[in-house]
Write a protein that binds this ligand. Structure first.
Ligand SMILES: C[S@@+](CC[C@H](N)C(=O)[O-])C[C@H]1O[C@@H](n2cnc3c(N)ncnc32)[C@H](O)[C@@H]1O
Length: 224
């Protein structure tokens, strides 16, 4: 697989978190006195991918995009779309994408809590939701994007054999996600060992955990 020299793309100062309003759906906000990523009902895929076709993989909360970019190199015939709420991270990723002329990958400045209306039902093979911000303080739980509403959207866009992949190094997040999955009820889910995991590419945070020997879980959710 082609290797990218990321040192050609100096990272800007990227804040750890975005403005808190961005973690809540736009429709919950009154007024317009804040900057918020656009919310779309439809997207023109010709503006996103060289073949003009829709994505078949989604990376929700793609961070600095290592997994997103390298998965696009690993699966050149498939389009992958990442969502990220921090605009500077998206701009950096899109700089790498255009600098390297990558045809099948795009990062979108978007808060995933607004749903996936612009994705056709039953068209997605894989949804990745890796190492979400943990928001461990009780008063911040509401900032977690993982909810029954989001699962319903993921369930809708996944194809019959589609899979939702999860990883986290925070046990409370794993427990919380399992509660939400059980409440939603339409996915079976189980832990995977590294040897059973069918993804070759590591995310930025997975690489960090691996290097620091921080344990984390891998889970795959399948439509019942
Ligand atoms: C801890 S980072 C993990 C990034 C990447 N998935 C990885 O494994 O390296 C979590 C990312 O999710 C993004 N995020 C949090 N809430 C989001 C939301 N509602 N919509 C889109 N991205 C979100 C954060 O800005 C952050 O970049």
């Amino acid at each position: 697989m082609r290797k990218i020299d990321y040192t050609k793309y100096p990272l800007p100062r990227i804040r750890h978190h975005a403005n808190p309003v961005l973690y809540f759906p736009l429709k919950q906000h009154k007024g317009s006195n804040f900057i918020y990523p656009p919310v779309f009902d439809s997207l023109n895929w010709k503006e996103f991918f060289a073949d003009g076709k829709p994505p078949v993989m989604l990376d929700i909360g793609c961070g600095l995009g290592r997994f997103l970019i390298e998965t696009s190199l690993d699966e050149p015939g498939k389009n992958i779309l990442g969502f990220e709420v921090r605009q500077s991270a998206v701009e950096w990723i899109d700089g790498v994408i255009s600098g390297e002329d990558l045809p099948n990958v795009k990062a979108l400045w978007y808060s995933a809590v607004n749903g996936l209306a612009f994705i056709e039902t039953g068209t997605i093979e894989k949804v990745f939701y890796f190492f979400p911000d943990p928001w461990v303080k009780k008063k911040h739980y509401k900032r977690r994007a993982f909810s029954v509403e989001m699962l319903a959207e993921i369930y809708r866009v996944l194809s019959k054999d589609g899979k939702l992949y999860l990883m986290t190094d925070v046990p409370e997040v794993d427990e919380f996600q399992q509660e939400v999955l059980s409440g939603f009820g339409k996915f079976t889910f189980k832990y995977y060992e590294k040897s059973e995991w069918d993804l070759n590419i590591m995310t930025n945070h997975e690489e960090f955990c691996t290097r620091k020997k921080i344990p984390f879980i891998r889970m795959v959710c399948i439509k019942k």
